[in-house]
Every structure is written in C-alpha cells, then in structure tokens.
Write a protein that binds this ligand. Sequence first.
Ligand code: AMP
Length: 415
Amino acid sequence: MNRYDHRYADPDSYRQRRRGFDSGRGGGRGGGRGGRHGGHRDDLDNLSLPKQDFGNLVPFEKNFYVESPSIRAMTETEVKMYRARREITVEGHDVPRPIRIFQEANFPDYCLEVIAKLGFVEPTPIQAQGWPMALKGRDLIGIAETGSGKTLSYLLPAFVHVSAQPRLVQGEGPIVLVLAPTRELAVQIQEEALKFGSRAGIRSTCIYGGAPKGPQIRDLRRGVEIVIATPGRLIDMLEAQHTNLRRVTYLVLDEADRMLDMGFEPQIRKIVTQIRPDRQTLYWSATWPREVETLARQFLRNPYKVIIGSLELKANQSINQVVEVVTEAEKYNRLIKLLKEVMDGSRILIFTETKKGCDQVTRQLRMDGWPALSIHGDKNQSERDWVLAEFRSGRSPIMTATDVAARGLGRITVC
Ligand code: AMP
C-alpha cells in the first residue's frame, strides 16, 4: 500500500474511486484520467481555454504579515533551536521566523476561536513556519505529508488574503484556487475550509469529477471566493465558461507529487495559463522528485521552501548494515576478504562511486578469478540487460554498479 491508500477501506472501492475520481465529462460516468496509469484524457487535452490578457493588471494586496513582538524578541539561537526541535528546514531569502503559539500569527479572532473550539494545542511544525511565510505574500514550497496540518497552513492565510480583496461581483470567479489530485482530498480540504469560512462569510465549493455537475455549476455561478478542484473537472467548467480564473490571486497546488504521478501535468499547465502571473502560489508536496521540482521552478517566483522532517532515505530496518572505515589502499584487500567470507553461491552487489572505479574493481576481480560483471551509465542498454540477466540467473554472481545505473534497474533482489 502506498502512503495514500489509508483513506480507502478496501482496494476495490479505491480502484472504483480512482476510475471515477476526476471524470470530467458527465456526472458519474467515471471516465478515468489516469495519466501514467492509463485512461482517456485526450478529450481534455484537446480542449483549449481562452488566451488571457495580463496587461494592465490592477495590483492587489498580499503581504499581511505583522511580526509579533514576542517573535521579534527571540534570539537567533532560539529560532534555530525551535526549528531543530520541530524538524523544520527552511530555504529562501529573508525567511520569517517561525511562530510558536497561535496568537503570534495575528489571525483574525474568529480563526483563533475556531482553533480553540477544535481543541488544537499548538501549531504543527508546518503551520509554525508556513503561516508567517504564506502571510508575507511570497510563493512557498512546502514539503509535508498529509496529516501534518498542511491544509490549514495554506487555508488560514487564504482567508486573510480573501478578506483583503475587493468583494466578488456577478460573473467573477474565485479569488483562491486549490488544485488537488482526488475528490477525496478536495472534499477533506473543503471540510477544513467550512469550519473557518462560515464564520467569515467566505464561501467555498468543491469541483470534482464523478459527481453531477448541476450543483457545482450553481455554486460557481452564484460566486465563491474559494474553489477547491480536481484539474479535469475544473477544465470542463472553464471551457463551458461556468467560471473563470481572472480574479485568482492565491493559487494552491496540493499534493503536487501525486498530481504529477497521476498525469495531471498538462491540465495543471493549462489551468495556470488562466491565472495572473503575479499571483501568490503555494506548492505542496510530500516528496521532492525532479519532476515536482521542475514544475515548481516554472510556476513559482522567488519562493520560500519549508521542509518538515527529513527527506533523507531511511535505512531499511530489515537489512543488517555494517559500516567499516578503511583507507583507499586497504579497500580492495578488505573486499576480497569479505567476498571469501560471504561467497556461498548467493549473489553479491558491489556499489562504487564512479564509473571508472566500477570498471577498475571489476577488471581486478576478474583477473583474480572472481565472476564479476559491471553496469554503469557508459554501458549501452543491451550490454546492461545482458549483464543483469547474467547476474539474475546466477551465472555471474557478482555485479558491480554505480548507484545511478542501479537506480534505473527497478527492484533487484540480492540474496
Ligand atoms: P492535514 O494534514 O491538513 O490533512 O490535517 C490533518 C488533521 O490535523 C486535520 O483533521 C486537521 O483538522 C488537524 N489539525 C490541523 N492543525 C492542527 C493543530 N495545530 N493541532 C491539532 N490538529 C490539527
């Protein structure tokens, strides 16, 4: 099970929902848009949205952060210690200090009242650091898991943002757009929004596939300050002109990694072309692979980055790890001694840092009579395939590899 599956009680219901999660055409038809997971998305990809003219944009307010005196009074060491204790890592220019208690964020009273009613004791780490960043009106990359309190990290600043903008008039679309990969997540986000928004008269709606369009269209036409949407259904709504994104000044991409994994990138790009470039963008992801980073670089300007916990790979607990520190000159002899100890017909994988090192070790091993072959980035695909087949079959039970080459192998079991 991956980290998302806990939301689904049984796998069939998960699959069913996945199939219908973002059916853009016709309520409940369930035409999946699985991206890399397959599905029929050509219809959506062919839709073209009107080109927007972003000349003569009326400026809008986006910096609402007032540092509280208690935060100003913290020493640099206290700031560092707080971040370390709560596993907060920050990047970017002019990063604001984290807040430690709800009152230090300067949210409107109704927010504090709802927080108190919900019984929250203190801000979660992502809130402590994310709130001052988001309230400053700057773009933000947040690396945090679902369950970390990230939804309120962007929703409470969103309420502050909305309250400072001119009221919506007839025919205007939302001020805040939250894109989410699935309707389940979209609904969860709206539940959080409703807890706070109802106190401030800030309306929100959820736009997702696999549900009748009628009520969603009604909400959009009536006017809502916050739209939480899955990409496919939103494109349908934009194309049919049930709404528009000309008033959006606060854009959230939630679970960006998962949206990319589900193949939503072209749709996200299409949606973003409809939004003014000087918007504030908040980009959330639980992981930070290259594609997620690339998209962030294209959509965000001078962002803050906040990471909660560690992005480092954790050691697999079921593998006994032994670390020995030896000099360069001792390495080969130590390797031979180890091979003599462990070589019992099972397969052995040796990683080297460089391709050159990989070739050298392999050559030496073969000269010394060990059945070793190597793979690395300079070998062509057919050679790699052959080496891998020899290794898998046990005909050549020792394989040397650079970790980069080995990463492309997928899962190999070394016994
Ligand atoms: P999320 O990561 O946004 O999905 O939030 C997970 C859950 O944590 C939600 O039910 C939130 O209402 C709750 N939550 C958010 N902030 C806090 C907090 N500061 N203290 C306790 N629970 C919170």
